[in-house]
Write a protein that binds this ligand. Structure first.
Ligand code: SAH
Length: 345
């Protein structure tokens, strides 16, 4: 960015209106510029053809447009698309389009790297470089939406915050991005089609609940036994399961929205009857369902997915306790686009 110039994409519509007003010009110019930036997605001021040359020059003198760029687009055999997304400061995050027969799901990143230390996740091997700003999150969605239109002739049906980073450690910007995604002047998408996935930070879950948000919440649980969870997700020593549970009960009380627990079953880690019973007891304490995820091996550990019989036992016993359970197969493994494999290789 040129010195002294501001990133115009950090401006609200109202702030742009004010900018033109301060310049002695009609404030609706701000709204026009906002539409160019956010509905038409232009990347230079000369494309804003309903502005006078003088107005365009004024904008150029004051602002830059810091848009993201797709560095590499990889396509999996199963149709999954992974984008390496270059940010204005040359850092890179990844985002993924996951198509099925009836849906196009966007998986987006919220941070460059991650500050948490989950032993099973490739992103944890990178250090957290910085938070993404709202526009960088929004842009990933717009790009994936365009790819869905191009490859599948339909817009995105769902968005999941399951890419790189911990969304609740970038709370303000994630919420601002979602506001833009859901507003009519943005993508106009229903918040019910958006899922924020968190490793489980009780204080921030409380805050979300108080804010009355309308999107869905998923929690990467992986074990309902504190001593085991601490081994695979060391940061969990700071966030005990009882605090997590309390925050989730509060979330449900405020939002009436069921929580999804994401859960991988690993050999020798959480594959006993006691692990299953602990999960059932946990689920019975708050309206929830379980999404069993296939493990996608990463280089930095030797963890292995448990045998199919163990996964079956989970499904059988959860179901017997009236807890809804689904099993999610990995997508995009051949291009390292699957859960936990995003590490900017
Ligand atoms: N930080 C957030 C979102 C990113 S991870 C969170 O923790 O929820 C998205 C999902 O992928 C989480 O459920 C995470 O536990 C899971 N995951 C991470 N590494 C994985 C791996 N190697 N195989 C399968 N799932 C993994």
């Amino acid at each position: 960015m040129e010195k002294g110039k501001k990133d115009i994409r950090a401006y609200t519509k109202e702030a742009l209106d004010q900018f033109f007003k301060d310049q002695g010009k009609p404030s609706f110019r701000g709204t026009q510029v906002y539409q160019w930036l956010w509905q038409k997605g232009v990347h230079d001021f000369d494309s804003m053809t309903n502005l006078t040359l003088e107005d365009r020059a004024l904008l150029k003198a004051h602002f830059d447009i810091n848009h993201i760029q797709i560095d590499i687009e990889q396509k999996s055999k199963d149709g999954t698309v992974k984008n390496a997304v270059k940010l204005h400061d040359n850092l890179v995050v990844e985002s993924v389009l996951i198509p099925t027969a009836s849906r196009s799901t966007a998986c987006v990143s919220s941070q460059v790297g991650c500050s948490l230390d989950c032993t099973f996740c490739a992103t944890a091997t990178m250090k957290r470089m910085r938070n993404l700003n709202p526009d960088e999150i929004y842009d990933q969605v717009v790009t994936l939406n365009a790819q869905s239109e191009a490859y599948h002739q339909r817009p995105l049906s769902n968005i999941v915050f399951m890419g790189m980073g911990e969304p609740l450690m970038n709370y303000k910007n994630v919420l601002a991005a979602i506001a833009k995604i859901t507003k009519p002047e943005g993508l106009g998408m229903s918040p019910k089609r958006i899922t924020v996935s968190t490793s489980g930070i009780p204080k921030m879950i409380h805050k979300l609940a108080d804010e009355g948000v309308k999107f869905k919440l998923a929690v990467s649980l992986h074990s309902a036994r504190q001593e085991i969870r601490e081994k695979i997700m060391p940061f969990a020593t700071k966030f005990p399961l009882e605090d997590l549970l309390e925050s989730l009960q509060y979330w449900y009380q405020q939002t009436k929205s069921k929580i999804t627990f994401e859960y991988v079953v690993w050999k020798g880690i959480n594959d006993t009857k006691a692990d299953i019973q602990a999960l059932i007891q946990f689920c019975l304490k708050v309206p929830s369902k379980v999404n069993l995820i296939q493990y996608n091996p990463i280089e930095s550990n030797t963890m292995e997915q448990a045998a199919p019989e163990v996964v079956d036992a989970y499904i059988k016993l959860l179901t017997a306790s009236d807890i809804q359970v689904t099993y999610r197969r990995s997508r995009g493994k051949d291009i390292e686009a699957a859960c936990g494999q995003l590490a900017n290789k």
